[in-house]
Write a protein that binds this ligand. Structure first.
Ligand code: IDP
Ligand code: MG
Length: 140
C-alpha cells in the first residue's frame, strides 16, 4: 500500500456553477480524503507560473485567461495511489473522451473548461502541493 498526496484544483467553470461539493463527493465516495483545501482567486502571474510547462502550447494564453476568470479551489487529496486514482476519478482531458461517472464526463464544459486539475506524477504532485500549501495547512 502506497499512501500518496496529490494536488487537485477545482477550476473556475466548476466554482461558477456551484459544483465544489458535488466534485468533492466524487473524491470522497472513491476513497480520497481532502486533507487541505482553500478557495483562491489566482493572479495572472500565479496562473502563468503554475502552467509554465504548457508555455509553448498554442492554448497557453487562453488557459491562463480561463484559470483567472473566477475563483478556484486548491486541494490536497490523500489516499492509496492518490495520483493515479485522482486521474481516474477526473477522466480524460477532453470530456468527449472521458469515461462515464468521471468528473469531466459529468461536469466539464469543454476540453479547456474541464472542471478539475490533477497532478500527473508523484514528483509533480510534491511540487504542485508546495506551490499552493505550507506544511501547517495540510492536516492528514
Ligand atoms: P490534464 O489537465 O488532463 O493533465 P493537460 O494536457 O496537462 O491536461 O492540459 C492542461 C489543461 O490545459 C487542461 O486541463 C485543459 O484545461 C487545457 N487544455 C488541454 N488541451 C487543450 C486544448 O487542446 N485546447 C484548450 N485547452 C486545453
Ligand atoms: Mg496536466
Amino acid at each position: 500500500m502506497t499512501l500518496e498526496n496529490t494536488l487537485s484544483i477545482i477550476k473556475p467553470d466548476a466554482t461558477r456553477r456551484n459544483l465544489t461539493g458535488a466534485i468533492n463527493a466524487k473524491f470522497e465516495e472513491q476513497g480520497l480524503r481532502i486533507i487541505a483545501q482553500k478557495r483562491l482567486q489566482l493572479t495572472r502571474t500565479q496562473a502563468e507560473k503554475f502552467y509554465e510547462v504548457h508555455k509553448e502550447r498554442p492554448f497557453y494564453g487562453e488557459l491562463v485567461d480561463f484559470m483567472i476568470s473566477g475563483p478556484v479551489v486548491a486541494q490536497v487529496l490523500s489516499g492509496e495511489n492518490a495520483v493515479l486514482k485522482n486521474r481516474e476519478i477526473m477522466g480524460e482531458t477532453n470530456p468527449a473522451n472521458a469515461a462515464d461517472g468521471t468528473i469531466r464526463k459529468e461536469f466539464a464544459e469543454s476540453i479547456e473548461a474541464n472542471s478539475v486539475h490533477g497532478s500527473d506524477s508523484l514528483e509533480n504532485a510534491v511540487n504542485e502541493i508546495n506551490y499552493f500549501f505550507s506544511g501547517i495547512e495540510i492536516v492528514g
